[in-house]
Design a protein around this ligand. Structure first.
Ligand SMILES: Nc1ncnc2c1ncn2[C@@H]1O[C@H](COP(=O)(O)OP(=O)(O)OP(=O)(O)O)[C@@H](O)[C@H]1O
Ligand SMILES: [Mg+2]
Length: 151
């Protein structure tokens, strides 16, 4: 049996991913592991990350700078209320969420903990599309956590 040292928790700021993070940080605290929390933002179709944004009264920023800074701010806010902050570190990535999570997972994580659903899916579908693809392709075990309460 391999040791459980590094846990990856992808979050989209949904209640389900909050439940996944709470469970992962509880596990990590018990097992002496660490939790890397990742949020992935993706540029909308037809708009590459290099697109320049002009916001009146502000300096011009690329979409990557603008969205990356917002994603970082939202992640910090999300992590501010984590139950065991000592074991948790956040990072922001950009790209397709599934591909990015799978690429990170290959960096040497022992477990992925993620929500069954996220912000945009249908409640009656067993797993959201990101969760489903990660469960099917991840190089390590994946623990899915559903949102507390009836679904
Ligand atoms: N952009 C993202 N960055 C990081 N993790 C994500 C991202 N999107 C989803 N996840 C992770 O995947 C879990 C399931 O979300 P998923 O997107 O699969 O479901 P959904 O939003 O309900 O449905 P869908 O996106 O297929 O419409 C989330 O709880 C979160 O752990
Ligand atoms: Mg989603």
């Amino acid at each position: 049996m391999t040791e459980l040292r590094r846990i990856l928790v992808p979050v989209d700021f949904s209640a389900c991913s909050r439940a996944a993070l709470d469970y992962a940080s509880f596990l990590a605290q018990r097992l002496g592991a660490t939790v890397d929390v990742v949020h992935v933002w993706d540029a909308p179709p037809y708009l590459g990350p290099e697109v320049l944004l002009h916001i009146p009264g502000e300096t011009r920023l690329t979409l990557a700078q603008f969205a990356g800074a917002r994603a970082q701010r939202d992640l910090e806010h999300f992590l501010a209320s984590v139950e065991h902050p000592g074991v948790v570190k956040g990072r922001v990535e950009t790209g397709d969420p599934c591909d990015t999570i799978l690429r990170l997972a290959a960096e040497g994580y022992d477990l992925i903990v993620m929500g069954t659903h996220g912000r945009s899916g249908l409640a009656h579908v067993l797993l959201g599309s990101v969760a489903e693809k990660v469960v099917r392709r991840a190089p390590c075990p994946v623990l899915t956590i559903r949102e507390p309460g009836p679904k």
